[in-house]
Design a protein around this ligand. Structure first.
Ligand code: GTP
Ligand code: MG
Length: 369
């Protein structure tokens, strides 16, 4: 049984839970719209909030769904997961249901799932989304960042896959993004089941890293062609910019994991200070070395990082630039009216004839010759 559970909220969250279910994670989903959630057939348990029919990108509807039903929802989550150490709540930050429900829900779950760490898989929208979605994302991420005692926040960046495959459809990008997120999490969890003569990375190590408050990134890279320690360090550093998560921007990693899988001869090229030169040495590092004849691969987990301000600026700056135009759009909604130039023409329209009552004798005399 896996020790991490995945709870999807809203459509995107349900899609991530769907993939997690196919990998053997315990899963559940919550939605305000039954039709969205029904398609996720691999998710074991589902809760549809009664009396709602989607949130229509309105975060306050998502928030109301939790406010009005938190007892049933908490009870549903408690019943859905057994013997997990970490629950990751997955949702998009720019819709209404997942974005509106998840911050409050995670905050409540922290008090109602004793012994279980709570973290987030929060999807950051790509560059093509419009103002309404950007506002949602910024509000949601600010709320998440303020939750005390929250464990790892994985910020999934929909722009990362779009950059690599600009020709792909939205659907393909979502699907491969979801797949890669869950593969990354599944991979580090699988490693904890392996054993090694050279240094194990066990489940307690993984949980020590993942329960760190702040932003977490998992990345893997092969180092087949590396000849020097600096080749290896730069390969790893490049991988931090090329994952499915928001690229690593700044210093301040608190806890980290470094897992090597491959032939023994490459292990001597791994130099910890060189690897962490750019982001600063973490407080604690948990290492694992697994000798095999596969391609030499290094997986790193960086936890406790600050929220990525450069990435958030990309979301917020188009709103700042269009501030006046957007404010005018909203004002116009309530004041706009159309003035016709031809109101005078209304009198031309056909009217039923008026029938004036006349006397018989006057009609008779009208035809008298
Ligand atoms: N990575 C990824 N992103 C998705 C997926 N589906 C939707 N998105 C993103 O999520 C946003 C839409 O949010 P949804 O999850 O559909 O919204 P919701 O939580 O269901 O809320 P409402 O539909 O407003 O009730 C899109 O703009 C995308 O950014 C998915 O399967 N994977
Ligand atoms: Mg939806």
């Amino acid at each position: 049984m896996k020790s991490i559970g995945i709870l999807g909220v809203g459509q995107a969250g349900g899609n991530i839970a769907e993939i997690a279910g196919s990998m053997g994670f315990q899963t559940a989903l919550i939605n305000t719209n039954q039709r969205d959630g029904q398609v996720n057939t691999r998710v074991e348990r589902k809760f549809f909030v009664a009396g709602f029919n989607g949130a229509g990108q309105n975060r306050s509807i998502g928030l109301k769904a939790v406010n009005d039903n938190y007892r049933e929802i908490i009870d549903f989550v408690q019943r859905s997961f057994k013997n997990i150490r970490l629950l990751l709540v997955a949702f998009s930050t720019d819709g209404g249901t997942g974005s509106g429900m998840s911050p409050l829900l995670m905050d409540l779950l922290l008090d109602h799932l004793p012994g279980v760490n709570i973290g987030a898989i929060a999807i950051v929208p790509d560059r093509n989304v419009l103002a309404g979605n950007r506002i949602n994302a910024a509000e949601c991420i600010e709320e998440i960042s303020r939750i005390d005692s929250l464990s790892s926040v994985f910020l999934v960046d929909n722009d990362q896959m779009r950059k690599l495959n600009p020709q792909s459809s939205k659907h393909q990008i979502y699907l491969s993004t979801n797949q890669q997120v869950m593969e990354a999490i599944n991979h580090v969890l699988q490693v904890t089941k392996k054993s090694s003569f050279y240094g194990n990375f066990d489940e307690t190590d993984l949980m020590n890293i993942l329960r760190t408050r702040g932003v977490t990134v998992i990345s893997s890279t092969t180092i087949t062609d590396a000849k020097t320690t600096s080749d290896v360090a730069s390969k790893i550093q490049q991988s931090w910019a090329n994952t499915v998560f928001c690229p690593v921007e700044s210093t301040g990693v608190i806890r980290a994991g470094l897992i090597y899988e491959g032939p023994e001869k490459m292990t001597k090229l791994i130099n910890v200070p060189a690897v962490f030169e750019r982001v600063g040495e973490p407080l604690e590092l948990f290492e694992g070395t697994y000798i095999s004849e596969t391609d030499p691969t290094i997986t790193t987990i960086l936890a406790g990082m600050p929220f990525p301000s450069r990435r958030m600026l990309a979301i917020e700056e188009s709103l700042e630039k269009n501030k006046e135009r957007l404010q005018n759009l909203v004002k116009k909604e309530f004041t706009q009216a159309y003035a016709s130039r031809i109101t005078w023409a209304s009198s031309l329209k056909a009217r039923p004839q008026e029938r004036k009552p006349g006397s018989i004798s006057s009609k008779l005399s009208k035809y008298q010759k």
